[in-house]
Ligand binder design. Sequence first.
Ligand code: FMN
Length: 198
Amino acid sequence: MRKNLNKRSQEIFASIWSNLRDASLDRKHPWRYIQLSTVNHDQALARTVVVRKINEESRCIECHTDYRSPKIQQIKKNPKVLFLAFNSISKVQISCFAEATIHYQNHLTKSRWLDNHRNNQLTYANRYAPGSQLSNYAQLQDNTLSIEEFEPESAYLNFAVIESKVHLIDYLSLENPKHLRAQFRYVDNEWTSYWLAP
Ligand SMILES: Cc1cc2nc3c(=O)[nH]c(=O)nc-3n(C[C@H](O)[C@H](O)[C@H](O)COP(=O)(O)O)c2cc1C
């Protein structure tokens, strides 16, 4: 991957990707749970997802979801997404603008599914689609299958991977006495950067 960055920008850029990678490996990392925004017609939406895999070379952030969840149709209609992460200890915020691809029933989903822990797979066996309105509280109780009822093949039909290719990163670090803000933009096969007023 080509980069046209000065020394300071290069350090920041490297720290962004190494922190994202750490978040994908470490359940306790502050960026482990990231906000994924989509657009539904003229309405912005956001929800928390787990950072599952990071590939700096291909600029990809990967997360997993239930194929029945509304975000799937939103992304199919408009693949422009945004990931927002904030570390309350280091006071660093990143916004990653990306183009998402839905993977469903292919080699990638198969491999990720097999890597998933059984308890995690179980969440894809829920009876009702995420966001569907239930008629009573008993239905909510009934939503989750027991491990005895669990059928991996049926649950796998609800499993999807969202792979998002990042083309712009907005970085903000609240530092004393001066805050630091930079953008990294992927244009013509290389990353370039510039400073912004915070
Ligand atoms: C801590 C936390 C982690 C979550 N991780 C995921 C996740 O990895 N994938 C996912 O689809 N939903 C995850 N959710 C649920 C979503 O935030 C959201 O409620 C759900 O996916 C339905 O979203 P949608 O209706 O916008 O499609 C998580 C929620 C919380 C609170």
